[in-house]
Design a protein. Sequence first.
Length: 69
Amino acid sequence: MRGIVFHQDIARTHTALVTRHKLRELGWKVLIHPPYSRDLASSDYYLFLSMANDFAGKNSPQEKLVKID
């Protein structure tokens, strides 16, 4: 199975453990990663939150092109 990536983000510890064991049992390679990114400073949280608030409720011109009636 090439090209399949299963990303389990913010899963509870027990759920992640059971899933990891099952994937190994099926022969999948399991990559372990830290629960947080060291690349982001704790102060970045407020930057991203501010950006999300700025974009909330605003429509892009391309949105009309992808809407299905």
